[in-house]
Design a protein around this ligand. Structure first.
Ligand code: NAD
Length: 257
């Protein structure tokens, strides 16, 4: 056995939601470098277009779609359309939002939007693409959860985000058990604090928190999108062929404390 071959995605096709920036863009790059044809799906048309151009200039096979993954109807139509062209082997549910909201000050619409993007949409996408994977008898789904779906983080105890990621982790385990008989694996990565736009705004909005997150992380720094993309590559590929229902922490040791 050649162990490096087990990470190869040559001949595979992958869709990455929220692929236009941050962790999602780096996941597109990692899966593309491993040989997969990439469909980058994002709400932000301009960012998606420019990200796809950047990856194509690097020699990767990439197309993009502008979509709001909270629309169950649009996601279902996209799943049918793409699979009619050519099977989609890998789905990465990465699109997410991270509002700052104390429980007593959380407006209904912030709660609903967070649940819609972070936990409803990954189910709509898993159902839309999983329908074709289960029928074909192969596929790999990777959800981007969070250490906030495993523990309550401090000082920001962000109830709507924590609840949405906890739901995503349990959805991962439930689908893993339901679809194991179809040879469709469902796993998740649970990142710690990662330097992207989602957290960068805290550098100015709340520098005390930002510094504290770094101090609280045993490895003593923020993670990078590349470090999350590597974990996704492992779970998406045959290298993890006996893993399903796994929540893989990539958090610099944060949840070990
Ligand atoms: P980001 O804000 O930098 O990028 C998110 C992307 O998702 C954007 O391109 C955005 O346009 C897209 N998106 C948002 N809503 C969408 C929708 N309804 N439909 C389609 N696309 C949509 O975020 P990031 O930091 O790269 O985070 C990516 C994922 O990782 C999220 O699920 C997030 O919760 C998770 N995560 C991030 C961190 C972190 O520290 N950055 C930590 C743990 C988990």
């Amino acid at each position: 056995m050649n162990y490096l071959d087990r990470f190869s995605l040559a001949g595979k096709r992958a869709i990455v939601t929220g692929g236009a920036r941050g962790i999602g863009l780096e996941i597109c790059r990692a899966l593309g470098q491993a040989g997969a044809a990439i469909i980058l799906a994002d709400l932000d048309e301009q960012a998606a277009h420019s990200a796809a151009e950047t990856l194509a200039a690097e020699g990767l096979e990439v197309g993009y779609r502008t979509i709001d993954v909270t629309s169950s109807a649009d996601v279902t139509a996209l799943g049918d359309e793409l699979n009619a062209e050519r099977p989609v082997d890998i789905l990465v549910n990465n699109a997410g939002v991270g509002p700052k909201a104390e429980a007593l000050d959380t407006p209904d619409e912030v709660w609903s939007k967070t649940m819609n993007v972070n936990s409803d949409a990954p189910f709509w996408c898993s159902r839309a693409f999983g329908r074709h994977m289960t029928a074909r008898g192969s596929g790999s789904i990777v959800n981007i959860g969070s250490m906030c779906g495993l523990i309550v983080t401090q000082p920001q105890n962000n109830t709507c985000y924590i609840a949405s990621k906890g739901a995503l982790h349990m959805m991962t385990k439930s689908l893993a058990c339901a679809w194991a008989k179809f040879n469709v694996r469902v796993n998740a990565v649970a990142p710690g604090y990662i330097a992207t736009d989602m957290l960068d705004r805290f550098k100015t909005d709340n520098a005390v928190w930002y510094e504290r997150w770094i101090e609280q992380t045993p490895l003593g720094r923020m993670g990078t999108p590349q470090e999350i993309a590597s974990a996704v590559l492992y779970l998406a590929s045959d290298a993890s062929s006996f893993c399903t229902g796994t929540i893989l922490s990539a958090d610099g040791g944060y949840t070990s404390l």
